[in-house]
Write a protein that binds this ligand. Structure first.
Ligand SMILES: [Zn+2]
Length: 226
């Protein structure tokens, strides 16, 4: 694993209240290419940044040191926690929002997550989508992102079929997983765990089974601080 290319952004500040990273938030840039994304993430007028940007061919740029608070998450919550910028490390993936994520980019992400998760003792369930913590506003890293592959590499969770049951209501399960109590939570959950399902299709037994399976992963996958 080669060291990231240091490309500092002025857009950061101290993490508030002595917080340290407990989560990693994944994004897509939805821009033409990595240089355009780097320019924007380092533009003081844009007031956005991330700790890392990973190019489509696997180059890794670091813009903000991990100890500092980068400006990538914005308003939202996860597991009832706000100010996600103070609680997370942000990784941007060079992607137009519609294309698949190339293999070298995913391998670079895995390498980066290995190092970050070791440094901050972040469990696989702590690696989340921007759409998870901001379901009303955000859709990244989107339906093309391979969460299953990332989980297979040990860096995220993925529900496995089992006799977890299909009874009950979906929203309380989504709340227990970490989603905010907003109408868009179901669509965000599907985007992450059931990307082939239309976001506005009626709630069904598969949603319940998947949510129960995710929840059981969250509860049993406990190692290190949650
Ligand atoms: Zn984002």
């Amino acid at each position: 694993v080669t060291a990231p290319i240091w490309h500092p952004s002025p857009n950061f500040g101290p993490r508030r209240g002595g917080l340290t990273p407990r989560f990693v938030v994944l994004h897509y840039t939805q821009m033409a290419d990595a240089p355009s994304a780097l320019a924007r993430l380092c533009d003081p007028a844009a007031e956005v940044s991330a700790h890392y940007l990973i190019g489509a061919q696997g180059a890794v740029w670091q813009m903000v040191v991990e100890e500092m608070r980068a400006w990538h998450a914005g308003a939202g919550e996860w597991q009832g926690l706000d100010d996600m910028n103070s609680r997370s490390i942000g990784i941007e993936l060079d992607n137009d929002g519609e294309s698949p994520f190339p293999w070298p980019q995913m391998r670079a992400l895995e390498g980066l997550l290995t190092a970050i998760r070791a440094r901050w003792e972040i469990a696989p369930k702590g690696v989340i989508a921007h759409s998870d913590m901001a379901p009303a506003r955000k859709h990244d890293p989107g339906a093309r992102f391979d969460w299953r592959g990332l989980a297979r590499a040990g860096h995220a969770i993925w529900p496995e079929p089992g006799d977890v049951g299909t009874t009950g209501a979906l929203m309380p399960l989504l709340r227990a997983i970490g989603y905010a109590d907003v109408p868009q939570a179901r669509a965000a959950f599907r985007l992450r765990f059931r990307p082939m399902c239309p976001p506005d299709a009626p709630e069904d037994a598969t949603d319940i089974a998947l949510a129960r399976a995710v929840l059981s992963k969250c509860q049993t996958g406990r190692h290190g601080p949650s």
